[in-house]
Design a protein around this ligand. Structure first.
Ligand code: PLP
Length: 367
């Protein structure tokens, strides 16, 4: 079976983890944590990078640090991974679900504008599958209404919007290093910001609220959201190869694009001009398909030894957020029903991609 994703651990990962084990620094202190944060902030062009245990808690910390809580509304895309919406719930605020654009598959700025109320405190755009959102429009809307922007960059490490890294534009931005991500630490995440005060608050909150100057003195109720030195050791090895990993993702997507461009009834993500989509997941829409037809198509590919995933289900179709739809989300629904993530690992061969595209063409023309 050709997998949808596979961690690429063929650099110094084992060497650095072994070094961390031998040093006995296996909890959340140690040289790899500092080094990983440093490498990450340099790569993303941000002042502070704060390593945490996963991308979900990174979002939780970002919203906590911005004092978002009960009675507040936060606009998120309806078509995203559930962590984006869950984090809003964790702080006691209400997620408000926006429509996505059928071209980029990202949150629609028009929908955001329609959903703003006096209770709105923040917007959390998600660069879906590595494709940068229209940050110019989003920042313009946000500044017009004095809203915070938290970029959920879990899927878009290395992507750029008008020359800036995705995840360097909002006031606080978050990343995930789950095993299927472009850069992995097994489980892991990062919170980044240019704001010194917010960075200090995030560091405090991630370490149980303990004062940085007075040991065992707790300033407020915090969390244990720390990353371990072992995870950071893997992260450092991955950072050494980040350009290579991102480059392979982009090259794989170019190959898919050229092989699938004349297959009728298939659409792919469109990238805004002067942006780089790093294609964490290369994905297609099977135009006009119902979710049952899409699942049947996925079964045929599975029979060919090709693993796929459905695009995310709409948040407002699932029990935790059922019925919470405020905007129409017609296009998001079409995408959720008809979309498939194709194998996107950095370990795919050219032959794998040629074979996958050929099987898609075959099944699409033999329906
Ligand atoms: C858009 C998005 N946000 C948040 C997360 C949460 O990250 P994690 O799984 O590291 O908690 C993910 C992870 O898959 C994601 O895709």
């Amino acid at each position: 079976m050709i997998p949808v994703s596979e961690p690429n651990l063929r650099g110094n990962e084992l060497k650095y983890v072994t070094d961390a084990v031998e040093s006995t620094w296996i909890s959340s202190n140690g040289k790899y944590i500092d080094r990983f944060e440093q490498l990450f902030s340099e790569y993303n062009g941000v002042t502070h990078a704060i390593a945490v245990s996963n991308g979900t808690v990174a979002l939780h910390l970002a919203l906590m640090a911005l004092d978002i809580g009960a009675g507040d509304e936060v606009i998120v895309p309806n078509l995203t991974y559930i962590a984006t919406a869950n984090a809003v719930k964790y702080v006691g605020a209400t997620p408000v679900f926006a429509e996505s654009e059928i071209s980029t598959w990202n949150i629609s700025p028009e929908s955001i504008a329609r959903l703003i109320t006096p209770k709105t405190k923040a917007i959390v755009p998600v660069h879906l599958y590595g494709n940068p959102c229209d940050m110019e429009q989003i920042m313009k809307i946000a500044s017009g209404h004095r809203l915070h922007v938290v970029e959920d960059t879990a899927e878009a490490l290395g992507s750029t919007f008008h020359g800036k890294k995705a995840g360097s534009i909002g006031v606080i931005n978050t990343f995930s290093f789950y095993g299927n991500k472009t850069l992995t630490t097994g489980e892991g995440g990062m919170v980044v910001t240019d704001n010194d005060e917010l960075a200090a608050r995030i560091r405090l909150l991630k370490g149980q609220g303990m004062s940085t100057t007075k040991r065992y003195w707790f300033e407020e109720t915090g969390f244990n959201y720390r990353m371990t030195n072992l995870q950071a050791a893997i992260g450092c090895a991955q950072m050494e190869r980040i350009e290579e990993l991102v480059g392979i993702k982009v090259k794989n997507a170019e190959r898919y694009n050229s092989l699938l461009k004349d297959v009728s009834g298939i659409s792919t993500q469109k990238t805004l001009s002067d942006c780089l989509n790093t294609y964490w997941m290369y994905s297609i829409l099977l135009d006009g398909f119902s979710s049952a037809q899409r699942d049947e198509f996925a079964e045929k590919l599975r029979g060919d030894g090709i693993d796929t995933r459905p695009l995310f289900y709409l948040m407002t179709d699932m029990p935790p957020f059922e019925g919470g739809r405020k905007d129409q989300c017609v296009d998001a629904e079409k995408m959720a029903n008809s979309g498939l993530n194709l194998p996107s690992s950095t370990l795919l061969t050219e032959e794998n991609i040629t074979y996958i595209a050929e099987r898609i063409r075959f099944h699409k023309t033999n329906i």
